[in-house]
Ligand binder design. Structure first.
Ligand code: HEM
Ligand code: HEM
Length: 498
């Protein structure tokens, strides 16, 4: 192995960093807008009645979910991969013209797909399957982007100098394989022009509109096998890959236990795939599928907490760093929120709890303590660590980072606490009966009672967005005005040589 430090090529990492920031701003702004639309429906018409159809909740909700999942989160995964991958494999992208070409091609195609996908949702062009709303031309584009990423992962692994594969690489590989499998199965669809009705007659359709190959209960099962595992392989597995790299690097501490990291890895891989049934409790899917979903969800606490505890214990004896460094604070709070949402999830999967929580605001509450507290915190922490090294500039402002941390933490807390109260209120009011067995409340009573909580959620979301804008400003200023530094000057006391 060479002694001279490698010159890594971060061109593609930088490109994906920009899309992470831009899609983050777009996705979160739309999130705040729809949060206020739920609290004050008139908000939709402030842009005028002509464009109200494009800004209606029904149009913008999938714009929000797709922008934050396939835009912000997936861009963050790609950006960190093109940084972490080279460093832990000890190989530079510059060493292979082919891989460099693939990386750039992946980026430009991804950009086209994201812009086209979001525009198509604003136009109301949707399959109406949650998280799989895109029509088949977009699905094809996503598939090619994913294949290119696969070539890049395995290509880099193929020419690596470091023989052993650090745990983060395992998690990136699992992300690639998991999503590839789920996405292809769930998006099996045909253009409506080729579809036939049950009597075998062809339907009048379009080449651009597609219809799923599954229907009824089968469709629900495939959809939630996909939907739940999208949570696993987009919101969990690659984020663990990030924390296993960035926390030890930033703190200079060795990972607490490699054995525990492997045990949790295989535990997650095995258990996650069976838990999707918890989205379909009390539905038409077979009872054993529902029970299996519940049971596997409860078991899922073990591997989830295995990773989270491993992270917390990595800071053993070094807790002072948590107090001193806002960046370490982000990562430690992220793993705490990961523990939190992976305790809440199994509780929600218990049938009697789900009977109250399902269809209520508790579910978006659960979603956002996971995504805001764990996923987005960790992606921002990763980019904060990377930016000075990518651009060889000192971080512009540590105090902006510290202020942002507290503003966003307050935002997450307001978001999930208001949604918990709203959800439980909603669940209990729907089932309350008077002494004659009639429903005690009308639907409108429930909506009226939820109004204050919707407002609080909107405020929490707005705080989170403000924090994200501060983050973006801090990164831009770092790149444009930060003091020039060599990497050796940046704190980099990690036991890993990469
Ligand atoms: C042990 C881990 C977890 C378990 C067992 C679990 C369980 C559940 C359950 C039971 C639901 C509600 C289904 C319903 O009644 O509609 C749910 C919804 C959801 N969870 Fe989790 N959860 C876990 C972790 C997470 C994490 C870490 C995240 C994100 C970072 C997350 C994101 C979601 C999303 C996005 C939904 C909503 C899906 C939808 O209806 O659109 N979950 N989860
Ligand atoms: C400023 C921050 C954000 C705000 C204000 C916000 C707001 C919202 C709102 C109002 C909904 C619709 C809830 C409903 O239909 O009742 C929603 C759904 C959702 N959001 Fe966000 N969001 C934010 C950030 C994020 C981020 C960063 C992610 C992921 C990384 C995310 C993932 C989701 C998902 C998966 C759903 C669907 C949940 C479900 O079906 O239960 N959100 N968000």
């Amino acid at each position: 192995m060479e002694n001279r430090p490698l010159e890594y090529d971060y061109t593609v990492a930088k490109m994906f960093m920009w899309t992470t920031i831009i899609t983050g701003i777009v996705g979160m702004s739309v999130g705040v807008l729809i949060a206020f639309e739920l609290a004050y429906p008139g908000v939709n018409t402030i842009f005028g009645h002509t464009i109200a159809q494009y800004t209606a909740f029904g149009r913008l909700r999938p714009v929000h979910t797709n922008a934050v999942i396939y835009g912000f989160t997936v861009s963050g995964v790609f950006a960190t991969w093109y940084y972490v991958g080279q460093r832990v494999l000890k190989v530079s992208m510059a060493e292979s013209k082919f891989l460099m070409f693939i990386g750039k091609l992946q980026f430009w195609l991804y950009l086209v797909v994201v812009v086209f996908g979001i525009a198509s949702l604003i136009m109301g062009w949707t399959t109406s399957r949650e998280y799989a709303e895109m029509q088949w031309p977009v699905v094809l584009g996503v598939t090619v982007v994913w294949v290119l990423w696969g070539i890049s992962i395995f290509g880099l692994i193929g020419i690596r100098r470091e023989k052993s594969l650090y745990i983060s690489i395992w998690y990136y590989i699992a992300t690639f394989l998991g999503i590839a499998m789920l996405y292809l199965f769930n998006n099996a669809e045909i253009p409506t022009i080729l579809a036939t009705d049950p009597a075998g007659q062809s339907m009048i359709g379009s080449w651009m509109q597609s219809i799923s190959m599954y229907s009824g209960t089968n469709s629900a099962m495939v959809q939630w096998w996909f939907g739940h595992n999208a949570v696993a392989f987009a919101f969990t597995v690659p984020i663990i890959a990030m924390i296993y790299y960035f926390l030890p690097k930033e703190s200079g501490q060795a990972v607490y236990s490699y054995k525990l990291s492997l045990l949790s890895f295989w535990g997650l891989m095995f258990v996650y795939l069976w838990a999707g049934g918890h989205h379909l409790l009390f539905s038409t899917v077979p009872d054993w599928v529902q029970t299996m979903g519940s049971v596997f969800s409860v078991v899922l606490i073990l591997p989830s907490w295995g990773s989270a505890i491993n992270m917390l214990l990595t800071m053993k004896g070094e807790w002072k760093q948590v107090a001193d460094s806002p960046l370490i604070k982000f990562m430690i709070l992220a793993s705490t929120f990961y523990m939190f949402s992976t305790l809440e999830g199994p509780i929600l999967a218990i049938k009697s709890v789900n009977a109250i929580a399902h269809f209520t605001n508790w579910i978006p509450g659960h979603v956002h303590d996971g995504t805001l507290g764990w996923v987005a915190f960790m992606i921002m922490a990763g980019l904060y660590h990377m930016a000075p090294r990518l651009f060889k500039r000192e971080l512009y402002s540590k105090s902006i980072m510290a202020a942002q941390f507290w503003i966003q933490t307050l935002g997450v807390v307001l978001y999930f606490t208001s949604m918990w109260i709203a959800g439980i209120t909603q669940g209990l009011m729907w089932r309350a009966q008077d002494q004659y067995g009639n429903l005690a409340y009308s639907f409108v009573d429930v909506v009226r009672d939820l109004h204050p909580y919707y407002t609080i959620r909107g405020v929490g979301g707005a705080l989170y967005l403000i924090g994200f804008l501060m983050f973006s400003y801090n990164i831009v200023k770092t790149i444009t005005t930060g003091r020039r530094v060599e990497e050796s000057e940046l704190q980099n006391a990690s036991p890993m040589a990469a």
